[in-house]
Design a protein around this ligand. Sequence first.
Ligand code: SF4
Length: 427
Amino acid sequence: MPTVAFHTLGCKVNQYDSQAMLEVFQQAGYEAADFEGRADVYVINTCTVTGTGDKKSMQAERRAMKNNPDAQVVIAGCLAQRDGEKLLSTGARLIIGNSRRGEVVKLLHEAMEKGQAICAVQDILRADYEPLFITRQEEHTRAVLKIQEGCDRYCTYCIIPSVRGGIRSRKPEDIRAEAEGLAKAGFRELVLTGIHLTSYGRDLEDKTLLDAVKACDIDGVERIRLGSLEPVIATEDFVRELAKIGKVCPQFHLALQSGSDEVLRRMRRRYTTEEFAAACERLRRYFPGCALTTDVICGFPGETEADFAQSCEFCKKIAFSRLHVFPYSRRQGTKAADMPGQLTKAVKEERTRQLIAIGKQTALAYHQSLVGTVQEVLVEEDLSGYTRSYVSCRVADSENMCRMGDTLQVRIICADENGVTGEPVRE
Ligand code: SF4
């Protein structure tokens, strides 16, 4: 049986796309293999959101060719969508980008029969939603469920709209069908993901993200977790209706990017820090004790010391339970790449270091606020799992009570910046 090995970079949408492509290979008689071992086919699902993404994608290709010089290499994903033909010179057999993933095996076999390398990248800006489907995920308890593709926001630092195309949403009935399959396969938690989840339904008649969440509110699913959102979606009506769906996990990832209104304006983000804070207040009012997580970019062109200080103060004020911090990465083809005031690597790294330190403090504070409370933990492996608010929890289980996939009531006994420890509550 031929073997195929995947290496996936970047976001949850890429993880989903890789799983869907893996299942296409398996349906064609391939067996999954370890990427660091020997395989007949290697698929690298690339990321180009930062320069590091490009570098790691190409490193993975070189590793594959070293692991088996006779192997067929497929390059998929955002870097392939952006660079297409150019990547043929790397020795890959097939370049497919962010469309035609359902045909990956057919296209690969065509290229092999012709003894040629093929670039099958299509114009993504006019693409329809590609109906990919998954029935399982490597993880055992949580499955990523893709419900939306593309983005048309064009934030000035972001390359994604040009490689993922415009807004395309899956119909709620398709989402439900996949959710039912994953629930049957034993997945208790579904993570709804997309390139711009906040835009879900804008291309469907009178559908909103709430309809997609309700489509997953089915037997067998205990938790519905939402991927990254924009604060603009957290209106009073939306949050109130969301709170009525009991399975929705009290953890919201609201992408902030900067705590300075001036920088937000030049990033072309569609909210102010005041509006962001108001969205957080609403979520905390309807989901008391919920976790708020976020992304922040440090060193955006022209970011002054004062702008950065505002970002730090704002992150302390909101007290995020998890702060993902990124040094600004200049992407050719974006507006920000041509902006004046590009900062040095040293300044970007120093600001990133400072904000990461603030994130550790606010994470510790949130974890400490859970000590003494009873939290529900979905056990994943080696006696650890996640609370509903997505805090990593180590289960101190002296009597060996819990198994992977168990949902446990756990009393939190201590905390650190990485998570908490808890003891199973005896009935
Ligand atoms: S909303 Fe902005 S940052 Fe997010 S994917 Fe779209 S363009 Fe990129």
